[in-house]
Design a protein around this ligand. Structure first.
Ligand code: GLY
Ligand code: MN
Ligand code: MN
Length: 431
């Protein structure tokens, strides 16, 4: 597991933190987190909780230190044994591994000589206190020639710089996550029918993921049928699906720590009704147009603005909004039907590091970035001017996109989304 990949990442990281010391906690299993902190996984390759990494360039040679909680006899019985310090040293390639309860004592030692402390505040308040107290006590040493980290640097910005471009091993893992997610879709499209409960599809998807050796899901699966499709983060998944429903399925496998994140919406009876089809085609057209624009050099935020323009134009054509497109955009009238962003970066975290801006500077697409494109329309009755035939229609279509040197590659293109392809596929096995 300790391939040169992680060593190279740490080497890059060290270059980003001259005369600095960084503290990267894995997080604690007791916090009910699903997965350890992604920065920790990225730099160490360890998929373990209750561990803290310290990386320092304060001394002549960069140092990689771990603080590891060994299991006591009781934990061995109840939870199984964790690696010993010796085993962690071997598995991690760390220069030194200390017991976790030596952290306080060692922080003072390792902070000495560092000019900047790289750390993310406000995630673990106990650790915040410990780290800040150690720094404070060094800063107060007025009668010793101590260099203490006078500056606090934002670890997240350093991590974003490294993580926003995916290495080939990372892209390979995302491709695997996508393939497994595609299998889940193939099965879900066969099994989801009127009379089936949403949780049956959730169970099927989870089965496909775990059976393929995934850690699990990238995020809680959204199996939203009928009116539930208009609830953005629907998670009950407990409705019995009915004739005439659309099913919005938003799921993604997490494979070797990397996420897929895919949404498809399809008619359970096998055929879209005319109003469902009109809304679906509006979303599909916007999604395809946005994807077609993605290439190196294009501003990342442009894809959101383009989706808003196209969806607003369609909302006027459908009679869901009245007025001039530019004025409706100005007034944000589309937010009644389209209230989320058009996509996000994808990686170890489903909403991975990266965004429209970096420290106020507009971010542009570059080769190696992976993003989702996921426009949607959600039509809730009672919203002013909604013709009754559109009530409770919710559609989202989401693909995972790799930016390449020439343009982009739709990693999820094997999961059908064209109206004809879906209706043809769904016709098999339906009356
Ligand atoms: N499923 C979470 C998202 O699409 O962002
Ligand atoms: Mn997404
Ligand atoms: Mn999603």
């Amino acid at each position: 597991m300790q391939t040169t990949q992680f060593k190279n990442r740490r080497k890059q990281f060290f270059c980003e933190i001259p005369h600095g010391v960084a503290i990267i906690p894995a997080g604690s299993a007791a916090e009910n987190r699903l997965y350890p902190n992604s920065d920790f996984i990225y730099l160490t390759g360890l998929e373990e909780f209750d561990c803290v990494a310290l990386l320092s360039t304060a001394r002549k040679k960069p140092q990689y230190i771990l603080f590891w909680k060994e299991s006591d006899e009781k934990q061995k019985i109840w939870e199984g044994a964790r690696m010993t310090i010796k085993e962690v040293k071997e598995a991690s390639g760390a220069d030194r591994v200390f017991p976790l309860d030596k952290l306080t004592q060692q922080l003072a030692e390792y902070f000495t000589g560092a000019e900047t402390l790289y750390y993310t505040l406000n995630i673990d308040q106990n650790l915040d206190r410990l780290v800040l107290q150690s720094r404070d006590s060094l800063l107060k040493q007025k009668y010793m020639p101590t260099i203490a980290p006078a500056t606090i640097g934002e670890l997240g910005l350093v991590m974003e710089k490294l993580r926003v471009h995916k290495e080939k091993e990372e892209i390979a893992a995302i491709r695997q996550a996508v393939d497994i997610t595609a299998e889940a879709y193939a099965r879900a499209m066969r099994e989801a029918k009127p009379g089936v409960y949403e949780y049956e599809i959730e169970a099927l998807v989870s089965y496909v993921f775990r059976r393929a050796g995934c850690l699990g899901s990238s995020f809680p699966p959204i199996v939203a049928s009928g009116a539930n499709a208009t609830v953005l983060h629907y998670k009950h998944n407990n409705r019995r699906m009915a004739q005439g429903d659309l099913l919005l399925l938003d799921v993604g496998a997490k494979y070797h720590n990397y996420c897929a994140d895919v949404t498809r919406t399809w008619p359970l009876s096998g055929k879209f009704t005319p109003p469902q089809k009109a809304v679906y085609q509006a979303v599909l057209a916007a999604q395809k147009a946005v994807i077609a624009q993605i290439k190196p050099g294009v501003e990342v935020q442009a894809f959101h603005h383009q989706a808003i323009f196209l969806l607003t134009t369609s909302l006027v054509e459908l009679g869901l909004l009245q007025g001039k497109v530019d004025e409706l955009i100005e007034q944000k009238a589309y937010e009644k039907f389209y209230m989320h962003k058009t996509g996000h970066f994808l990686g170890i975290d489903v909403h991975d590091l990266g965004g429209f801006f970096l420290q106020g500077n507009t971010r542009r697409f570059e080769p190696g970035m992976v993003v989702t494109v996921e426009p949607g329309l959600y039509i809730r009755p009672g919203t002013e001017g909604v013709p009754p035939q559109f009530a409770w229609i919710g559609v989202r279509i989401e693909d995972d996109i790799l930016v390449t040197a020439e343009g982009c590659e739709v990693l999820t293109d094997k999961i059908p989304k064209e109206v004809e392809a879906l209706e043809e596929l769904l016709a098999c096995g339906r009356v």
